[in-house]
Design a protein around this ligand. Sequence first.
Ligand SMILES: [Zn+2]
Length: 216
Amino acid sequence: MVRLGFQSTAGFPAARSVRAAFALFLVWNPLVAQDALAEPANCPRPAIVSRAAWSAAPPVGERMRLQVPKSIVIHHTGVESHPHLPLEKKLRDLQLYSQRPGRENGRPKRALGDMPYHFFIGYDGRIGEGRGLEFAGDTRTNYNPSDKIQIAVEGDFTNEQPQAEQLKALQALLCWLRVKYAIADNDVRTHRDLADTSCPGKNLLSTLPGVKRPGQ
Ligand SMILES: [Zn+2]
């Protein structure tokens, strides 16, 4: 008991200064201040451009698998953003590309039933509705996408910086989804936590300090 008392007395000033430094950091850094894992309290549904609004084609039923959303995975699109194209066109193009067979990086690319993601956050921070949440997402990497909500943020964040509007939209979307599906903060992951990939890129990753690595 004496030893514990001594430790907590000695540790208190240090802990207080760490907290003070962290509080200063939050004030200083507007990206971290929008911590995507802020406690979900008041989380209304953000504005989402529906599939009907972007003229989505129907999903290809036999390629779709049902799921129950239990966790969230964050991605980047991994290609340079297109600031001047409307979100609706990007969604149509991504769906068309996803549903067609072809070649990618010199290898055959199988056709997916729909775009791989459930939500797509464009360069301007508008959110598009991707595949239905009742269907598992899809991936060309080695992990099981079942029971996960897939969110993609437009850009290659290995090189580009995410836009403030994109981070705000991501925060609002995560907040709403976590409350709606009762998802704990340690069930919010990034793609690289689950598969051998650098997705979602270091510049997006650094804005997600609350997203824990497995084992933490
Ligand atoms: Zn990814």
